[in-house]
Design a protein around this ligand. Structure first.
Ligand SMILES: CC(C)(COP(=O)(O)OP(=O)(O)OC[C@H]1O[C@@H](n2cnc3c(N)ncnc32)[C@H](O)[C@@H]1OP(=O)(O)O)[C@@H](O)C(=O)NCCC(=O)NCCS
Length: 225
């Protein structure tokens, strides 16, 4: 699959490039972003430990195992290109040069409907995916996670044909649970106890639930149209 980019009203969600490494490292080492991090303990990441990841992420996306994406605010010129339509989701080639990286998102895994291997855009091929989002603490509470995650849900259902989309976090992660509630998806969450890392919240959103939640958000003008 070629590098992808999803445009939303204020953001570009796009495949990472080598020039993003320092920004990705900052996101993963800023303690303010890591209060609910579930990464197993180990040496802190460094630029050189991250370097091979760009090609690993690309290879995983090619195999449709995982699509790791940058959340960025486009430059003024890219923004003005996008004026004229309220909001749009679409795939564009990733030519951006000077956007500002503010977070990460993406599809953490794909569960196939059948055993066919498929490396092209596989509309209708997937039963489910798991998604997540992190916005740097300096940019939080501006609606960016809502905008990014709703775009990811749109693409997961409309482009990848998923029946349902999962997300999970620690049950202490109030900001993420509040984000899901703001998107109208609180009822799709279940507390699961007994996990190695502690109690977790697991969300499973089906297409109909997202269509309903999205319609309410659009009416309230709170998410991408
Ligand atoms: C959770 C997270 C993604 C929210 O990002 P964000 O860009 O601030 O989210 P939004 O601005 O879209 O917030 C949407 C709503 O979520 C709720 N919310 C977000 N952060 C909150 C917080 N710290 N406390 C309480 N509610 C919060 C609010 O209802 C907010 O709406 P409001 O600002 O109009 O009141 C961000 O805090 C983060 O990246 N945390 C670390 C990574 C993480 O835990 N990811 C989740 C696991 S996948």
């Amino acid at each position: 699959m070629p590098p992808i980019a999803i445009r939303t009203r204020r953001l570009i969600l796009r495949s990472p490039q080598a020039r993003d490494l320092a920004a990705i490292l900052n996101l993963h080492t800023n303690p303010a972003n890591l209060a609910f991090d579930r990464t197993p303990p180990g040496p802190p990441p460094t630029l050189s430990s991250f370097e091979p990841k760009i090609s690993e992420w690309r290879a995983m996306a090619d195999r449709m195992e995982r699509i790791f994406m940058i959340v960025a605010i486009p430059s003024n010129s890219q923004r003005s290109e996008f004026l004229g339509s309220n909001v749009r989701l679409g795939y564009v080639e990733n030519e951006v040069q000077d956007d500002v990286v503010i977070g990460i998102t993406g599809f953490n895994e794909f569960v196939k409907r059948d055993e066919d291997s498929c490396t092209e855009v596989p509309h209708g091929k997937f039963k489910s995916t798991n998604v997540g989002v992190m916005i740097d603490a300096a940019y939080c509470r501006n609606g960016y996670a809502s905008e990014a995650l709703s775009a990811i849900l749109d693409i997961g259902f409309d482009h990848f044909g998923c029946d349902f989309i999962a997300a999970d976090t620690m049950a202490t992660n109030v900001p993420f649970m509040a984000l899901m509630a703001r998107l109208g998806l609180a009822a799709c969450g279940n507390e699961v106890t007994g996990r190695e890392r502690g109690t977790e919240m697991e969300y499973a959103v089906n297409r109909e639930e997202w269509i309903r939640a999205r319609a309410t958000l659009c009416e309230a003008n709170r998410v991408n149209k």
